[in-house]
Design a protein around this ligand. Structure first.
Ligand code: FE2
Length: 237
């Protein structure tokens, strides 16, 4: 396990994000290429191209409008997500509607799938499975029961844990990834993690998270491709 703190970096048109990766020392974490935590109320991301990966934009609050050269134009709001498969190429704009708080995650495409057709889907809050149990609320953004379709096996959860409650999660064999704390304070493997901090795991079996205060986090694990990740700005070849 390795502790990493997200860095504040400028991005897009007058936007500042907390970036977990890529940053110096953590350029990617196969199969993940980028993870940005944004909380913005102006600016945005005017038309720009992507290729070679899949992106998931998940909204904690506010909204984000997506418009692309495939003819899609839609706004996702709190608790929903947008998934775009850049594949061989897509051009889109991303514009905050109100104060937009959420995440953008990039998942690499396997080399054999780099040239697939671009695609887009929006998943609204009502379609995201939510489990409430013993002071823990788990929302499955990507994984069993979620309609979100990715080309790479990924488990992506939004987890809220009440103070003094425990959450345990079995990570699928062979997956690697991270837990990023949005707010609160949790104990994981005897170590304390606070907001903007993440625990990275090369491999994991059973994760045990104990909340020291009311806490919220994302849990993000996936099956690595074992292929080089060559990122050039918006492109991943
Ligand atoms: Fe983009």
């Amino acid at each position: 396990m390795k502790k990493v703190t997200a860095l504040t970096v400028p991005e897009g048109d007058g936007v500042v994000v907390k970036r977990l990766m890529p940053v110096h020392g953590l350029m990617n974490f196969d199969p993940f290429v980028l993870c940005d935590h944004f909380d913005i109320d102006s600016g945005g991301f005017p038309d720009h191209p992507h290729r070679g990966f899949e992106g998931v934009t998940y909204m904690l609050s506010g909204g984000m409008q997506h418009e692309d050269n495939l003819g899609n134009r839609s706004t996702v709001t709190a608790g929903g997500l947008q998934r775009f498969t850049a594949g061989k190429g897509i051009v889109h704009s991303e514009t905050p509607k109100g104060r937009a708080h959420g995440f953008q995650l990039w998942v690499n495409l396997a080399k054999a799938l780099k040239q697939i057709a671009p695609d887009y889907e929006q998943v609204d809050v009502a379609d995201i499975p939510t489990d409430t149990n013993d002071g823990v609320v788990v929302r499955t953004l990507v994984g069993e029961g979620s309609p979100t379709k990715l080309q790479t096996p990924v488990l992506y959860l939004d987890v809220s844990i009440n103070k003094a409650s425990l959450y345990q999660k079995q990570i699928p064999q062979g997956f690697r990834g991270f837990v990023y704390i949005i707010e609160g304070e949790v104990i994981l493997n005897q170590e304390t993690f606070k907001a903007s901090e993440a625990a990275f795991f090369d491999q994991a079996s059973l994760l045990s998270l104990m909340a020291k205060e009311n806490s919220r986090m994302i849990l993000c694990f996936g099956q690595p491709h074992g292929e080089p990740i060559r990122q050039h700005g918006p492109f991943v070849d």
